[in-house]
Design a binder for this molecule. Structure first.
Ligand SMILES: [Zn+2]
Length: 310
């Protein structure tokens, strides 16, 4: 049932995605996502201090490695870029909730979300699960509060939960990218994380956009497997999915307001089509109104500033 109450946005509902790369020096702006940067490791704490000052309580980290390989082993090697960033942030901002994306697509030379063995064109499931578990463990060891598997490999939440528990990380939570659609709105993100697939697409392991029943099944499966937070991604074209998930499940529900949604707003504002602040607040309110508890959004920093001005 829709509750007839006024929906409001609080800075506490927001999660800010952060791209972090190896090295020092320049913060590289992502051309398709004005205002969003790939931060070198030496700049990540400075940026995060500004976020904490604005009241943002949670970030979602994406590592952008220097080297890629067929297996994506940079993702879980000792001192991988994401783990190094987690260590830095948890040391400086112990109260900040640090979440990490767990997927291989930024680390594999072919850009797919799992391991593809020589001579094959499809993902090797068991090898992929092992790699995802190793990646999640490296983030947990560094102090991540939540790991967020996004590879859409069957059983990934279950495998990661077992691996975390077996290594003494019972308190590390899991945010499942439960209902992740094979969306056309991810283009700018692939620019940001250098993660476009070299061949084929991801429709073999992400959901088709005409389907809602599968999304509910995937969410139910993630909850059974031990997810603490479930997610619908993208958000704006999937408000019905968010609403249905909010009605059906009690688990905290996150919605990912993705790169393409962000880019539309930014480029529209640049063309003078609309007032950016008004459009952003309307969109994020609609996502919350649909039933999301958390909104992962590249607009989080701007929203936090606007809420402070009020
Ligand atoms: Zn991926």
């Amino acid at each position: 049932m829709l509750k007839n109450k006024k929906t409001t946005i609080s800075v506490k509902d927001l999660v800010y995605p952060l791209f972090v790369r190896e090295g020092i020096g320049i913060c590289e702006e992502i051309p398709s996502m004005p205002g969003i940067y790939r931060f070198p490791l030496d700049a990540i704490a400075r940026e995060t201090r500004a976020l904490v000052k604005l009241g943002i309580g949670a970030v979602l980290l994406f590592g952008v490695p220097t080297g890629k390989s067929r297996e994506g082993s940079e993702a879980y090697k000792k001192d991988n870029v994401a783990a190094k960033a987690v260590t830095k942030l948890k040391r400086k901002f112990p109260d900040l909730t640090v979440m990490t994306d767990v997927c291989l697509c930024a680390y594999t030379s072919h850009g797919h979300c799992g391991v593809i063995l020589p001579g094959c064109r499809t993902i090797a499931h068991k090898t992929t699960l092992d790699a995802l578990c190793r990646m999640a463990l490296s983030h947990a060891e560094a102090g991540a509060d939540y790991v967020a598997p996004s590879a859409m490999a069957k059983g990934q939440v279950w495998a990661i939960r077992r691996a975390l528990d077996a290594h003494g990380f019972k308190d590390t939570g899991i945010m499942g990218y439960s209902a992740k659609y094979a969306s056309n709105f991810y283009g700018p993100f692939r620019d940001a994380a250098n993660s476009s697939p070299l061949f084929g697409d991801r429709s073999a392991y992400q959901l088709g956009f005409s389907n809602s029943a599968s999304a509910m099944k995937e969410i139910a499966a993630d909850i059974r497997e031990g997810a603490d937070i479930v997610m619908v991604k993208p958000a704006l074209a999937y408000l019905d999915i968010i609403r249905e998930a909010a009605n059906r499940f009690r688990a905290p529900l996150a919605a990912y307001n993705v790169s393409g949604e962000y880019a539309m707003v930014k480029h529209g504002a640049k063309l003078g089509l609309w007032n950016e602040k008004k459009v952003v607040l309307e969109i994020i309110t609609s996502i919350k109104r649909a039933g999301a508890d958390l909104v992962i959004t590249y607009h989080a920093k701007d929203i936090a500033k606007w809420l402070k001005e009020r």
